[in-house]
Design a protein around this ligand. Structure first.
Ligand SMILES: Nc1ncnc2c1ncn2[C@@H]1O[C@H](COP(=O)(O)OP(=O)(O)OP(=O)(O)O)[C@@H](O)[C@H]1O
Ligand SMILES: [Mg+2]
Length: 378
């Protein structure tokens, strides 16, 4: 039985907020996502009033759960930052991670508490869209799995989640104990994506605070279990949303994906600068679609002038992790939910991704240093 937004609103109308007004009248309610019995929304409140709101959040969850047909509910409380209260500020005084005096774990600043049971969280990011970030994230995660690590993958691209497609996952996560979600397991990876909760064609309109609450929930209200590495597929770009995410997700490092063209490299540089700003070490750059391998004759063509990312990495003094060719097999496999590392483990592409994974693991083991200072040109 389908659950409608109106049913959810009606249930919430019977709930008073801390000031006695009915919840829908308090101006805190986000867009309500109700799909297939899964309901998701957030309450954006003044940071000073979070304590008063927490019981309301709980009651809202209980009230929605009581609606016939509701299978799971996620209600997030998001504190709205007041102007001047700070935000994506660099923290020059904080010692960098991996250096003497660094706090164990995560160094982006206050509030970035690690996820219990998860040893290291790394972001796969790019300055611009469509460079193959999600494909790289999935195959890198599988490469790390092949190194004997226990690996999870989180789709943080809530505007255009790709993991349901790239891993051919159609089932919905089950809830545990009412509120926590059980991730999906595929190819030995523990997987979570907002795309599991929302139909593929549903346009996703997120307000700023809701973006973070969705990510926070996927990090903290999912039964990730014990993981050596969690790979986070970031949304493309270096805007405010990405910066906030880079700051608030407790990252041990970031892998930057770029294609070899100059324009993409400028964007990659912006990506590196963004992680630098929030004190997250850059584990290295992957050059994707580095060269074209003809599937018919095996001839190699450097159609984008291959090697740009390697030079850029040298110039910026960050590790270069490897070159992935532009190849039909990678595209076909990726887009049909059969990532090459899992389905052609003995092929040449899987080896490339495993080599990249080994470098990432080594960087993590060595305690990667924050990115060097760089100057961003135009
Ligand atoms: N090395 C490759 N060879 C061939 N095709 C590739 C390669 N890497 C990625 N692709 C294809 O390019 C397209 C974009 O890749 P992908 O979705 O991974 O990029 P993205 O950076 O995550 O994009 P977005 O910014 O939209 O999230 C997909 O169709 C994918 O199959
Ligand atoms: Mg993507």
């Amino acid at each position: 039985m389908a659950v409608s937004k109106d049913q959810v609103l009606a249930a919430l109308a019977a709930l008073p907020g801390p000031d006695g007004r009915a919840l829908p009248q308090t101006g805190t309610l986000s867009e309500i996502v109700a799909n297939d019995g899964k309901v998701f929304f957030s309450l954006t409140v003044d940071a000073a009033a979070v304590r008063d709101w927490e019981p309301v959040r709980k009651r809202a969850e209980d009230a929605v759960r009581a609606i016939a047909g509701v299978q799971s509910v996620m209600v997030a409380l998001t504190a709205e930052r007041r102007p001047g209260a700070g935000g994506a500020r660099p923290q020059p005084a904080a010692p960098a991670r991996g250096q003497p005096g660094a706090a164990p774990g995560h160094g982006q600043g206050q509030g970035t508490v690690g996820v219990p049971g998860v040893e290291a969280i790394i972001a796969v990011a790019s300055g611009k869209g469509g460079v193959g970030k999600s494909t790289t994230a999935v195959n890198l995660a599988l490469g790390l799995r092949d190194l004997g690590l226990k690996v999870g993958i989180l789709d943080a691209d809530i505007y255009g989640p790709s993991l349901p497609k790239l891993l051919a996952i159609r089932e919905k996560p089950q809830t545990v104990g009412g509120t926590r979600l059980k991730p999906i397991t595929r190819y030995g990876l523990t997987v979570m994506s907002i795309g599991f909760l929302i139909e593929e064609e549903t346009p996703m309109i997120w307000r700023g605070p809701m973006v973070m609450s969705a990510i926070t929930q996927m990090l903290r209200e999912v039964e990730w279990g014990t993981l050596d590495v969690m790979v986070v597929d970031m949304p493309p770009g270096t805007g405010d949303a990405q910066l906030t995410m880079a700051q608030q997700v407790p990252l041990k490092g970031a892998v930057i994906v770029s294609t070899p063209q100059d324009l993409a490299l400028i964007d990659a540089r912006r990506g590196i600068a963004m992680f630098k700003r929030v004190n997250v070490p850059v584990l290295g750059i992957v050059e994707n679609m580095s060269y074209f391998l003809c599937p018919e004759c095996g001839t190699r063509s450097d159609i984008f002038g291959h090697g740009g990312a390697r030079h850029e990495a040298e110039r910026l003094n960050v590790p270069f992790l490897g070159e992935v060719p532009l190849h039909m097999t990678i595209r076909e496999k990726s887009d049909s939910g059969l990532p090459v590392v899992a389905t052609e483990p003995d092929g040449p592409h899987a080896k490339i991704y495993r080599d990249i994974a080994a470098k990432v693991r080594d960087q993590l083991a060595a305690g990667a240093k924050p990115a060097p200072k760089i100057v961003i040109e135009a």
